[in-house]
Ligand binder design. Structure first.
Ligand SMILES: *Cc1c(COP(=O)(O)O)cnc(C)c1O
Length: 217
């Protein structure tokens, strides 16, 4: 399945975030030995424990909702944080990254699904955050793109519309805020059930767990 997914991503030059939450270090190493280097986790405690035991050239991504008080635990090593949806969180990431003299990549999470329970910004909220960042530059965070989760549904037309929405938000942000910044380039969308659609709609990064590792219990 790994090779099949890699082959599907290739024409789009999209990256695979292998979502290893709840899976063992042996499971991770099996994919690592096949060449995979980007792994995504959502629980901070689990992420910190795995990172301590596994090879240093793994690029760890925090993909879940992140509480401000947990940022300090991952700041020494995290490559990318996918779910940034507040100024408060961004400030804390900047502060903790500075302590380690690092720059942490951040994706702005947008609310694109119909479900009301999911986190994320709307365009106005993002504009407010980016204006704050313009007025108060933060040297230890880099906004590298956007992230979203489609509705959990079998209705693939709906999911496609949601992915189109995220792509159009990205395009608009690019023009309004990041015209000259090449580092703003990532669209993180698509999971096991919908990644082919996400790729068609412009994903540069897909987050896949179940298809790679089997079901989580
Ligand atoms: C768990 C998770 C995934 C992966 O989901 P699968 O359906 O197992 O591929 C992707 N993104 C986020 C934010 C997740 O929490």
């Amino acid at each position: 399945m790994f090779n099949k997914i890699i082959a599907a991503l290739a024409p789009y030059e999209a990256k695979l975030v292998a979502v290893s939450k709840t899976k063992s270090e042996d499971d991770i190493m099996r994919l690592y030995d096949m060449g995979q280097r980007i792994f995504g986790e959502n629980r901070v405690q689990e992420l910190v424990a795995k990172a301590a035991n596994l090879p240093e050239d793994i690029q760890w991504h925090e993909i879940g909702h992140l509480q401000t008080n947990k940022v300090k635990y991952i700041a020494p090593f995290i490559d990318t944080i996918h779910a940034v949806d507040s100024i408060k969180l961004l400030k804390e990431i900047n502060k903790q990254a500075a302590k380690h003299d690092r720059v942490i990549n951040c994706l702005l999470q947008f609310h694109i699904a119909k479900e009301t329970t999911k986190f994320g910004l709307d365009y106005e909220g993002a504009a407010e955050l980016l204006q704050f960042l313009k007025d108060n530059p933060m040297t230890n965070v880099r906004i590298t793109g956007v992230m979203g989760m489609g509705t959990f549904t079998d209705d693939m037309d709906q999911v496609r519309e949601e992915f189109k929405t995220l792509k159009s938000i990205f395009d608009r942000l690019k023009i309004d805020w990041f015209e000259k910044e090449d580092s703003f380039k990532e669209i993180s969308m698509g999971m096991s059930g919908d990644y082919p659609i996400a790729l068609e709609e412009g994903a540069t990064m897909v987050r896949i767990g179940t298809l790679l590792f089997g079901a989580r219990y």
